[in-house]
Design a protein. Structure first.
Length: 245
């Protein structure tokens, strides 16, 4: 059996998050001690592993609850699915690493690259983002959003960028209060409204968007400038915000 602290030390999942998982029925402790402490056995560890794998796949918490609560949920089949998804991601990352290596050699004059080759891997990644956005919202919505952003003009665009930066700074300052605190959840609500000024973001899209901030190197670099823990904190806060729907 493992205590909350032991499990937190082992996995990197905070005690606050484990308690939240308990409150929504996603990960119940295997036993409650007379002192009220939560204890987790190996079965609970395997369930937490599944939860974290699904989070790596950017699956929102509510969807994870639905998936793992199905009577026919098969851990082995889920692991095999995770392996296929991770192998695909690995291939994409290896392609990006190859482009970085060849660009370094190009800049050192040791290898010549055609202009189009500078975007190998990146081009495919952008196409994936585009297709994913179109799958979620529809091609017409994606194009309308792009037109709306362009129609704002430079001043309005800059004002929205400044508004977003101010929100992220406030979120970073509010982190000590906890992702589920009223203050942080109010800020997530403001972030949601801010996004809807130029994108049809629904509540269920926010955890996945925050996961992109956490996992995409370009996004993560910008958020790390505000606070190195802000991006993962936003995933937790957005998941709680969505769960309150």
């Amino acid at each position: 059996m493992f205590t909350v602290k032991q499990l937190s030390d082992m996995t990197g999942v905070t005690g606050r998050t484990l308690r939240y998982y308990d409150s929504i029925g996603l990960l119940k402790p295997s036993r409650l001690g007379d002192n009220g402490y939560r204890y987790y056995n190996e079965e609970a560890l395997l369930r937490l592993q599944q939860i974290l794998f699904y989070r790596e796949m950017d699956v929102p918490l509510a969807a994870i609850c639905d998936i793992m609560s199905q009577p026919g949920f098969d851990v082995l089949a889920a692991l095999q699915s995770h392996k296929r998804a991770l192998a695909t991601r690995l291939a994409q990352l290896q392609g990006l690493i190859s482009t970085v290596d060849r660009t370094i050699l190009h800049l050192k004059g040791k290898h010549s690259m055609k202009p189009v080759q500078l975007f190998d891997g990146l081009r495919e990644r952008q196409q994936t983002y585009q297709k994913e956005a179109e799958r979620k919202y529809g091609k017409d919505v994606v194009q309308a959003s792009a037109r709306q952003w362009q129609a704002y003009g430079g001043d309005r665009q800059q004002a929205l960028i400044d508004e977003g930066n101010a929100l992220y700074a406030e979120l970073a300052q509010a982190m000590p209060q906890g992702a589920g605190s009223d203050a942080v959840q109010a800020l997530v609500g403001r972030w949601h409204a801010h996004l809807r000024a130029f994108w049809p973001a629904e509540r269920e899209h926010l955890p996945r968007l925050a996961a992109t901030y956490r996992d995409d190197p370009a996004f993560r670099a910008n958020f790390d400038k505000v606070h190195p823990d802000l991006a993962p904190f936003m995933v937790e806060a957005a998941s709680i915000y969505f769960a309150k729907t």
